[in-house]
Design a protein around this ligand. Structure first.
Ligand SMILES: Nc1ncnc2c1ncn2[C@@H]1O[C@H](COP(=O)(O)OP(=O)(O)OP(=O)(O)O)[C@@H](O)[C@H]1O
Length: 274
């Protein structure tokens, strides 16, 4: 695995200081472009996700955040007329390389969407183990263990342990989103891609998910699209700013929010644009 020395900026006594952090590159996009027919969704993006770090993707509506995120686990394969060019290296191997199985890739790189995607009529338990059953796991003891572990990781266990057999429709929106996260975690992904996971949630549920990310990153590498800059500042280690289908810059979150390199980033984060 490639180790990179990343300049890291942090605040001390109100001043920005620089240190160097050794980071492990987990996923790396190289010259990655996505086309919708002839239109460019994102163009020639070079960006690394570091192991056990949270990276936030920010930028105005339509700038390509979701398009880029979906290219990181071959989600576009499922949409007609979308073409992906370039490479995405997972621990150095191109996920678009010949002979690579997209289902296997999506197992290693999970995704959580903006709206909770719990199956309402299935029980809480069956929702969590759905992915495991799909890959053929039938052993009841192992399914039970995975369900408890994933619900614990998603900070939902205490709230649902007495209603595992009840339909997921009975949970609140925030609980359903954590259930969706539990389902994504059940197959033990290495990387979790989250597309505005709190956009449809109330402040308390949002906070539950934000708190969860701090713990989750000890096990998985996280990329999260968010419209909420305060959220990006609170939860991420790195921030990438997109504009008009282009990655403008990526840096440590403290640097991006205090002293970005590019004037366009500064205009956006100070609210003078977007
Ligand atoms: N399925 C599609 N077919 C055609 N064009 C698309 C499709 N999905 C997205 N686009 C276009 O690609 C560009 C990037 O869109 P994308 O959804 O990735 O932006 P975004 O930054 O995630 O926006 P938002 O913050 O509003 O979700 C936009 O111009 C959009 O219109």
């Amino acid at each position: 695995m490639e180790e990179t020395s990343v300049p890291k900026f942090f605040m001390r006594d109100g001043a920005l200081e620089l240190s160097s952090t050794k980071e492990l590159v987990h996923l790396e996009a190289r010259d990655l472009s996505v086309y919708y027919g002839k239109r460019v969704g994102v163009g020639r993006v070079n960006l690394s996700l570091y192991r056990n770090r949270v990276t936030a993707f920010i930028g105005p509506s339509g700038c390509g955040k979701t398009t880029f995120l979906r290219s990181l686990n071959r989600m576009h394969d499922l949409t007609p007329n979308v073409r992906v060019q370039g490479q995405v290296l997972l621990d150095g191997s191109d996920i678009y390389g010949p002979g690579t199985d997209p289902i296997q890739i999506r197992r290693r790189i999970g995704m959580v969407f903006q709206k909770p995607t719990a199956f309402p009529t299935l029980s809480v338990y069956d929702n969590v183990v759905a992915g495991l059953k799909m890959v053929g796991l039938r052993d009841r003891k192992r399914l039970d263990e995975a369900a408890e572990r994933s619900l614990q990781q998603a900070a939902l266990w205490d709230e649902v342990k007495d209603r595992l057999r009840a339909p997921a429709a009975g949970l609140s929106g925030g609980q359903q989103q954590r259930l969706t996260i539990a389902r994504a975690l059940a197959v033990e992904p290495e990387i979790l891609l989250m597309d505005e996971p709190t956009a449809s949630l109330d402040p308390i549920s949002t906070q539950a998910i934000e708190d969860l990310l701090g713990t989750l990153k000890q096990q998985v590498t996280i990329a999260i699209v968010t419209h909420n800059m305060q959220q990006a500042a609170r939860i991420s280690d790195y921030t990438a700013y997109f504009l008009n289908g282009e990655l403008i810059e990526m840096d440590s979150t403290s640097k991006m929010f205090t002293k970005p390199n590019d004037k366009r980033t500064e205009a956006y984060i100070t609210g003078r644009f977007g």
